[in-house]
Design a protein around this ligand. Sequence first.
Ligand SMILES: Nc1ncnc2c1ncn2[C@@H]1O[C@H](COP(=O)(O)OP(=O)(O)OP(=O)(O)O)[C@@H](O)[C@H]1O
Ligand SMILES: [Mg+2]
Length: 218
Amino acid sequence: MILVSGGIKGGSGKTTIATNLAVMRAAQGRDVLLIDADDQETATDFTALRSERLPSGAGYTSIKLTGSAVRTETLKLASKYDDIVIDTGGRDTTSQRAALAVADVLLVPFVPRSFDVWTLEKVSSLVGEMRAANPNLKAYAFINRADPNGRDNAEAAEVIRETEVLAFIDTPLGTRKAFSNAAAQGLAVIELKPQDTKAAEEIWALFRYVFDTVAVSE
Ligand SMILES: Nc1ncnc2c1ncn2[C@@H]1O[C@H](COP(=O)(O)OP(=O)(O)OP(=O)(O)O)[C@@H](O)[C@H]1O
Ligand SMILES: [Mg+2]
């Protein structure tokens, strides 16, 4: 599967999702390629830190691509890996469009009670445009950095459910320090010790949805 972690909002959790899913998928014995298509290179930095810290290495292959090469190189590499995860920057760039031109699935994190939800329409039209080139592109949205309480999660979910282009996945990730603590150590949140069981359960639920439910429906 070629999976893109994208959207057009900075700081929504794209790299967190891309790196966690890549680590978890590789831990299942799959040959995973993580493509960093964001010029900020956060995913690449994460992998470098991870490789340094873990005696067994990152567990997946990591490369950096930019612009239209994201499409052409991914196409060349697709048959060599079981799964490819592409991390994009939070803008409508040539890189993100190139990724969407070859992707099976786009995953878009939305932070509730923020300007993120305002970008829904723009993300929808981006997906709509990219489906002209890639009719099989599936697009899913979910809530990241959910609030511990209050109405904001439900309100954001309602707005997302209304869009026809993106399917809403009801597997939110809460606002949990464990996600940033793990990233700071080059780890996925499920590898963090002591473990934050809620964070681990949440990322597993998203993981299962993406690699079991979505993959099977292809
Ligand atoms: N569920 C969460 N709970 C707490 N912190 C989170 C959560 N998700 C992400 N973060 C933190 O928020 C910050 C931004 O996340 P991340 O880098 O994944 O976003 P991004 O969308 O890739 O940003 P950019 O647009 O800059 O690439 C990071 O410090 C990350 O650790
Ligand atoms: Mg990022």
